[in-house]
Design a protein around this ligand. Structure first.
Ligand SMILES: [Fe+2]
Length: 523
């Protein structure tokens, strides 16, 4: 919104002032240099015809030019006085300069039978009129200041409200996409822009938000258009990391930016000099120009988003490191025996697929994956001579093997963040008919994680070579699982399992068979 003028130069101001001057018995009029009269007040018709003649008006204009502020009034026609005003010259619609004159017509009073005014009377009227002018100017200036302050307060409130909403959203569980979309949409609504987009930079370690593009609002072919403009948008701010208001996008001569709109606001999302993304928006919905108010709100939002993006990336890195550590741990245990190389990772993969097929949400399925990775971690407490023994195990040796679920559960019991993984570790050798170990639980009494991993574990074991037998074929394995439904396996999970896609499993199996680089792997 443009700032209000502190000068009463608009027609409305002029009319208002002329109306007040009229109550003093005087006329506030203006003249163009060519002598054309502007009567802003409707009752200026009292002006004598002699004065409205072009010659008289020209004379009045000449007299005005010779008048200086503070000089006494001059009589420009019979009974017509001209006095200087403090009202600044203004311009008409065509841009022509106009002189503002104060005319006092003493014949009005004469016709009403009142007194005849003299030069001193006119001077007093002029003085009061000038006071009104000054008062009007002061009022207009104060109104402008109040308006400016109101707009500043409004912008500050919007900023606070936006940041408060954003901080509330940060505490609500949800995906990064959901949060970023909400933030962009709030920003777009508050600033009344046609559309808003967030472009997240690609990171060296890809995570769920790296390279993402979030768009809210009305932008035809949004994803295609924004992706086409991605490089140019980053280029606009990457050098200085300063916000840019582009008032004429077409004037930039960048074809990829032209479809975005007429005007653009491009704000870097940066943290300690590192560019994490770009906030972009175009065109106010009311057609007004983009201003520092929108830029300020975007800048505030960019600061919060930068912290969020940085935290999300750090968390993703931590999570990747955590999963990587568990994968390395399980791989080192599997590598003790050449026949179980890669076993835990494949079991984890299938268990997660089965969990998803059973309707678990992505977060729970991920916990099943981690539990699958760790399901045999207790084998670390079983002597290698038993674990890798070629041939048939004695009963005592088998009893030692059977301890690995319990040992594994004890290993992770002291890690609070991993307590929910224990059921998959402790119960993956339980059977649906209650003949499993370590506790002999049956049916639904076996925790779900245990039943899920049991199926994945058994499938991978049957598909792998053992010292005492060759790997079964895929069909043989599936048939074996179906035959043991209701005895060994959960009858509700088995149909889901046999209908899984095993493509990823076999890709991984091939990788594990080719890759012989596990530390400590048997030759
Ligand atoms: Fe096991």
């Amino acid at each position: 919104m443009p700032a209000n003028s502190t000068q009463p130069e608009t027609p409305a101001d002029f009319d208002q002032l002329a109306s007040r001057v009229w109550t003093l018995g005087a006329n506030l009029v203006s003249l163009r240099p060519d002598g054309t009269l502007r009567t802003s007040h409707g009752e200026c018709s009292i002006l004598p015809s002699a004065l409205t003649a072009p010659a008289a008006l020209g004379a009045a204009a000449t007299a005005w030019r010779e008048l200086k502020s503070g000089q006494p009034p001059v009589q420009v026609a019979t009974g017509i006085w001209l006095a200087p005003t403090c009202l600044p010259d203004d311009q008409d619609e065509t841009g022509q300069q106009r002189h503002v004159l104060l005319l006092v017509d003493d014949r009005v009073d004469q016709q009403k039978g009142l007194r005849v005014i003299d030069r001193d009377d006119v001077a007093r009227i002029a003085s009061i009129a000038n006071w009104l002018c000054e008062n009007s100017q002061t009022t207009a200036r104060q109104a402008g200041e109040i308006d400016s302050l109101t707009r500043q307060l409004g912008a500050t409130y919007e900023e606070l409200h936006l940041l408060y909403t954003l901080s509330n959203q940060m505490t609500v569980a949800g995906s990064a996409d959901q949060f970023l979309s909400t933030a962009c949409d709030e920003l777009r609504e508050v600033t009344e822009l046609t559309w808003t987009a967030l472009l997240v930079t690609d990171s060296d370690e890809p995570n769920e938000i790296s390279g993402r593009t979030i768009i809210t609002g009305q932008l035809p072919d949004g994803v295609k258009v924004i992706n086409g403009a991605r490089a140019a948008l980053f280029e606009l701010i990457s050098t200085t990391l300063d916000a840019q208001i582009v008032e004429d996008v077409a004037g930039l001569g960048q074809p990829s930016l032209t479809p975005l709109g007429q005007s653009l606001l491009v704000v870097p999302v940066a943290r300690e000099g590192a560019l994490l993304g770009v906030l972009v928006a175009a065109d106010k919905t009311d057609g007004e120009a983009l201003s520092s108010v929108e830029a300020k709100l975007f800048h505030s939002m960019a600061g919060s988003l930068a912290i969020y993006l940085e935290n999300t990336t750090l968390y993703a890195d931590l999570q990747a490191m955590f999963v990587g550590t568990l994968q390395a741990l399980s791989a080192s245990i599997d590598a003790k025996d050449r026949y179980t190389r890669g076993h835990s990772e494949r079991v984890a993969l299938l268990a997660r697929q089965l969990a998803e097929a059973a309707g678990l949400d992505p977060a729970a399925a991920e916990r099943v994956y981690l539990s699958g990775l760790l399901h045999d971690v207790g084998k670390i407490g079983v002597p290698e001579s038993v674990l890798c023994k070629p041939g048939k195990l004695t009963n005592a040796e088998f009893e030692q093997i059977k301890r690995h679920p319990t040992i594994g559960a004890h290993i992770i019991a002291d890690i609070r963040k991993m307590n929910d993984l224990i059921p998959g570790v402790l119960y993956h050798h339980e059977r649906w008919d209650g003949r499993g170990y370590p506790e002999g639980l049956s049916g639904d009494a076996i925790p779900l994680y245990g039943r899920l991993i049991c199926l994945a574990d058994s499938f991978d074991a049957m598909r792998s070579d053992r010292t005492y037998r060759a790997a079964m074929s895929h069909t043989q394995t599936i048939n074996e699982i179906v035959e043991n439904t209701g005895s060994q396996f959960d009858p509700e999970l088995t149909p889901l399992f046999v209908n899984l896609s095993f493509d990823a499993f076999y890709n991984m199996l091939r990788t594990h068979q080719v890759n012989h680089t596990f530390p400590g792997a048997a030759a």
